[in-house]
Design a protein around this ligand. Structure first.
Ligand code: PLP
Length: 398
């Protein structure tokens, strides 16, 4: 077997299951899970209807590139949402079966193992991070190096702190904006600086923007938007990843897209043709319906806003926690060790949260996820407020 498989770390939820197995929560309290980032709001009925009416599309093999109508719908959505002058639906957009598979596959297509002039190829990842970035890099034969998202820097990456030798080795950098788990949006200036570095040192930026539509007030800026503002209308070295999972509450549809640099996407399409990951016809049709409608997305945002209002009212008096700029997670700083907190909360209150250290790697004795917990406000309002009250009760005993 591929020996690189042994480099893969256990998924955070495996660690969480082990932690919970040590506890005996009170059976009198209903369990509430704030641990999994799976949207639980209803999917738009129009999308489900389209899917149901298009099932005969299963009788054909779909093309890996997707159909023209889907790519054009996505191109128009990108232009509207990010004020882009023009997206070429033929060359700058590819449908993918959710961003997870695309983020993974992208490193396999992107990393050049033969390019060793500056050492083993390097992939950069945020820390804490979505664990797929790490597995993707390791199975692509690259080394992975992390840049920390620290509380004392408002969970923003400091790209200027990365040295020239690291940039020279870097072939691919993952960024996640809005961030999971931090909810921080990387601002324009930092994205501009990163694009300049990508042009200087010749690496690719993979911007995971799958939370971009769950925001409080201001739509988060995107990588292609900044590239266009810089006059890079070929989006050179820039690729973005978007998804219907969070935007439209369709995590089971497995539908997203990548967009950006046409040369890179052409190579990625070639990879995908062999990988065999075409999106089925009915899913493409349903995706067109979803990307064409913003009303359900606005309602979705309003529902999250209401939950953040209610939960923060309960938690802020006892916990160092801020409203995120975007996404559906809270990322509080804890007064105690995060594993201890998660264990106590489960044992006392039957509420599950994810210890922050499970989402990050320790480097030089520092784990930027430690002393934090990730709380996904995906359940219905009443469940979220009930969970918040129980968290408050638990904190008051610590
Ligand atoms: C940061 C981040 N990227 C990507 C994904 C994958 O989403 P999907 O494959 O459903 O598009 C997730 C899912 O939780 C995520 O949190």
């Amino acid at each position: 077997m591929n020996p690189d498989l042994d480099k893969l770390h256990p998924y955070p939820f495996e660690k969480l299951a082990r932690l919970k197995a040590q506890c005996h929560p009170p059976e009198t309290l209903e369990p509430i899970a704030l641990s999994i980032g799976e949207p639980r709001h209803r999917a738009p009925q129009s999308v489900l209807d389209t899917l149901a009416h298009q099932l005969q599309g299963l009788e054909q093999y779909p093309a890996t590139k997707g159909n023209v109508e889907l790519r054009e719908t996505i191109a128009q959505w990108l232009e509207r949402r990010f004020h882009l002058p023009n997206i070429d639906a033929e060359r700058q957009v590819l449908p993918v079966n959710g961003t997870r598979e695309a983020l993974f596959a992208f490193a396999q297509a992107c990393v050049d193992r033969s390019l060793q002039s500056h050492g083993t190829p390097l992939v950069l990842s945020p820390n804490p991070f979505y664990q797929i970035y790490e597995g993707a890099a390791l199975l692509a034969g690259a080394d992975i190096s992390f840049y920390a998202l620290r509380a004392d820097n408002h969970y923003q990456p400091d790209f200027d702190a990365i040295d020239a030798a690291t940039w020279r080795r870097c072939q691919l950098i993952y960024i996640c904006t809005p961030g999971n788990p931090t909810g921080a949006v990387i601002p324009r200036d930092a994205l501009r600086g990163l694009i300049e570095k990508a042009q200087q040192y010749d690496f690719v930026i993979a911007s995971d923007e799958c939370y971009s539509e769950i925001y409080d007030q201001n739509p988060p800026v995107g990588l292609l938007e900044v590239a266009a503002e810089m006059g890079l209308d070929d989006y050179r070295r820039c690729v973005v990843f978007h998804s219907l999972s969070k935007r439209s509450n369709l995590p089971g549809l497995r539908s997203g897209f990548v967009a950006g640099d046409a040369e890179i996407l052409s190579a990625f399409l070639r990879y995908r043709t062999y990988h065999g990951c075409a999106m089925s016809g009915p899913v493409q049709a349903a995706s067109i319906t979803a990307w064409s409608d913003e009303q359900h997305v606005e309602l979705n945002r309003a529902a999250y806003r209401q939950k953040f209002d209610a939960v923060l009212d309960i938690l802020q008096p006892v916990l160092d926690v801020k409203r995120p700029e975007a996404g559906f997670y809270l990322w509080p700083k804890l007064p105690v060790d995060d594993e201890h907190f998660a264990r106590e909360l489960f044992a006392q209150q039957h509420v599950t949260v994810l210890p922050g250290q499970y989402l990050a790697r320790e480097l030089d004795g520092f784990n930027p996820g430690a002393q934090h917990a990730r709380l996904a406000l995906v359940a219905e309002l009443e469940n979220c407020t009930e969970a918040a009250q129980r968290i408050r009760n638990c904190i008051e005993t610590l």
